[in-house]
Ligand binder design. Structure first.
Ligand code: KMH
Ligand code: ZN
Length: 274
């Protein structure tokens, strides 16, 4: 099996400081936690940013500050979100894509369909998906295809046929969002069997499923995403004191299953990033 890529989804758009005081918000807080995540075994961070008062944002300058602060401290790969928060428009969602030169991210997410998202709808109509895919491609970045449901894998096939993305690609199975596909091992096994030939995959399971799904992914030769975007507890009722604690626990579980952990350089090669 190849080394496992652990991604830390550090901030997200939904987790609040009321839920956990350990959520990093400022660039310095994000960078400090990111460096600890890297030390604990993460090869990549999945990044959202917040305004100083904690509101979700996709502002280019907030991304720039966070990316600069992270890169000052460590060599972890940086994947910017283009999902943002429910209700954001396309330009706002794509804020992190606009950065160039030393501030350019290493990868960007691309959700390939609309899905219920708790009480809300994470809206990704087909023309919008094509617009975001085009912007990712224009920047010379590779997408991580975020699949909240199985049909989103088929949409990736359609996008490839139309020339918006290349296959094989890297997929993220997002399991356990309210109203979407459950964190169920049958869903995981179907999705990985259904991937376009040669594609790689990560699993991001929500809430209490997060850490058990690291083990399922490890056993199956896949990769895993953990972090406060998706789960705030390191064990039942115990808040993680930062993303690094979730990464450390994921790393421990992956190693117990016989996996080694990918360095950022190894992850770059495994995920075919330029
Ligand atoms: N915050 C969710 C509505 C992504 O980062 O690309 C969407 C999301 C996906 O988090
Ligand atoms: Zn996200």
């Amino acid at each position: 099996m190849s080394p496992m890529v652990i991604t830390a989804a550090m901030v997200g758009a939904e987790t609040t400081r009321e839920q956990t005081p350990y959520l990093p918000i400022s660039a310095d807080e994000i960078a400090e936690d990111a460096a600890k995540c890297r030390e604990a075994g993460a090869a990549m961070v999945h990044l959202h940013v917040r305004t100083p008062d904690g509101k979700p944002s996709q502002d280019k300058e907030l991304f720039r500050a966070a990316i600069r602060a992270i890169r000052k401290k460590c060599d972890v790969l940086i994947q910017v979100s283009t999902g943002g928060a429910v209700g954001m428009g396309v330009d706002e969602r794509c804020g992190g894509l606009a950065l160039e030169g030393a501030d350019r991210p290493d990868m960007a997410t691309l959700t390939t369909g609309t899905v219920n998202f708790g009480p809300d709808v994470f809206s990704n109509p087909r023309p919008l998906v094509r617009e975001i895919a085009t912007r990712i491609k224009q920047r010379g970045l590779k997408p991580e295809i975020e699949c909240f449901d199985v049909g989103m894998i088929d949409e990736a096939r359609a996008l490839a046929k139309e020339g918006f993305i290349e296959l094989p690609a890297h997929f993220d199975f997002v399991l356990g969002v309210g109203g979407a596909l459950a964190a169920d091992v049958r869903a995981l096994d179907f999705m990985r069997s259904y991937l376009p030939e040669g594609s790689t995959w990560t699993c991001a399971a929500m809430g209490r499923h997060q850490l058990p799904f690291v083990e399922l992914a490890a056993e199956r030769g896949g990769n895993a995403r953990v972090g406060l975007e998706d789960n705030i507890y390191v064990s039942k009722g115990v808040l993680a004191k930062g993303n690094f604690e979730l990464v450390a626990e994921a790393a421990r579980r992956a190693k117990a299953k016989g996996r080694t952990l990918a360095t950022p350089q190894e992850a770059r090669a495994l995920l075919r990033l330029s």
